[in-house]
Design a protein. Structure first.
Length: 211
């Protein structure tokens, strides 16, 4: 299940970050991926290290933004056969680990994050359900939609090293992703912030860094 979910996560992250545009100096898009960031030491010092992003759970991506906005070049290498790291070992670890990341795209704006779940469900889950409850032209429309999603999804499967049959789990994992985001919203509001590695970070602290 985890490899299949990883391919979905890669798919969504690619749509959000558009990593293929990172090397374009005229594009605002940037890239940074956890343990695989490779930065020249002189560049790291000149951009102020992690000072501007020290309260960002997505500091790996924002490090890429720091590099790009300071005028330095970026590129992306798909090194599946060169390097690897185990992200999470179980679904429980995945659920807990993504608590800290799910709210960063909208800078902890809860209404906006909650609103974003609607198009996610309508575009990535509902078409697969509608196939079984529609007919005629409507069913044809949803069939073509599902085929188009599967075509787009093939690239993510290849990059993440997942098996082709994992495509069948796309709507399931898309729904799981929505549940993770919803859980993050509830947890953050209930606890006035998020916990990571034994430290609690309040929403006020987290919202203060919108870089």
């Amino acid at each position: 299940m985890l490899p299949a979910f990883m391919s979905v996560f890669t798919f969504y992250f690619s749509l959000y970050a558009k990593p293929w545009k990172a090397k374009d100096p005229k594009s605002k898009y940037h890239i940074g991926i956890g343990a695989f960031n490779l930065v020249k030491s002189e560049v790291y010092w000149k951009i102020g290290m992690h000072e501007k992003i020290k309260m960002r759970p997505d500091d790996d991506v924002k490090l890429g933004k720091l590099i790009k906005t300071n005028g330095y070049k970026q590129d992306l290498l798909f090194g599946n056969e060169l390097l690897s790291v185990k992200w999470y070992s179980s679904l429980k670890q995945l659920f807990n680990g993504l608590l800290k990341n799910s709210l960063t795209p909208f800078n902890y704006n809860m209404p906006l994050t909650l609103l974003s779940l609607i198009p996610q469900f309508l575009l990535n889950v509902f078409p697969f359900i509608a196939l079984f409850f529609t007919s005629g032209f409507t069913q044809l429309f949803y069939t073509l939609t599902v085929i188009w999603i599967m075509i787009l999804y093939q690239g993510s499967l290849k990059i993440s090293g997942s098996k082709k049959w994992h495509a069948l789990l796309f709507p399931v994992n898309s729904f799981i992703f929505i549940i993770i985001q919803l859980r993050s919203i509830i947890y953050a509001l209930k606890n006035d912030g998020l916990d990571w590695r034994g430290t609690h970070y309040s929403l006020r602290e987290l919202k203060s860094n919108k870089f």
